[in-house]
Write a protein that binds this ligand. Sequence first.
Ligand SMILES: NC(=O)c1ccc[n+]([C@@H]2O[C@H](COP(=O)([O-])OP(=O)(O)OC[C@H]3O[C@@H](n4cnc5c(N)ncnc54)[C@H](OP(=O)(O)O)[C@@H]3O)[C@@H](O)[C@H]2O)c1
Length: 162
Amino acid sequence: MYVIAAVDEHWAIGRDGDQLCYIPADLKRFQALTSGHAVILGRKTLATFPGGRPLKNRRNLILSRDPSFAPEGAEVFRDLDSLRSAAPADAFVIGGGSVYRALLPFCDRAYLTKLARTWPADVFFPNLDADPAWRVAEESAPLEHQGLVFRYVTYERVSPCM
Ligand SMILES: NC(=O)c1ccc[n+]([C@@H]2O[C@H](COP(=O)([O-])OP(=O)(O)OC[C@H]3O[C@@H](n4cnc5c(N)ncnc54)[C@H](OP(=O)(O)O)[C@@H]3O)[C@@H](O)[C@H]2O)c1
């Protein structure tokens, strides 16, 4: 499995149930990388999408313990084991914080957008720079959107994942 996320300098990813920022070029890259793949996400991240609707052109595998939660166009899983049995090997874990934490041990590549700024935040991604299981495989030149500098950094797992 792969993971994709946008993190600030302190590995923050969200606040008050929303993203820290929206960068059009990053959204396009997200679409290009994930289209045609299954995406795995938590119920709270689904709520941040327009209309709370699943993403088009992708299988949406959603984690929720709520037995009444059944969004149209998505497959809902009540626990990690049943989700992992259903998820193809090339699925992308797309958030949020609780799902990243739970599934990172099963991912072998991480497509991160590293934002050169800090925001007040309440949800974080694990710090891959502090984790010897991960190394930087590829890093883009700095890019900029309305004064916000960011880079695309791809991490690879050094040792085999679980
Ligand atoms: N920067 C980025 O790249 C990025 C990407 C995605 C999201 N985000 C941000 O991340 C934040 C949301 O993250 P979050 O951690 O609060 O929520 P989340 O991971 O999106 O969703 C949490 C919910 O998922 C369900 N869930 C999680 N683990 C489960 C498990 N093992 N079994 C069954 N259900 C499970 C539960 O749903 P129920 O409560 O229904 O049981 C839980 O409340 C938002 O601020 C969002 O904007 C940022």
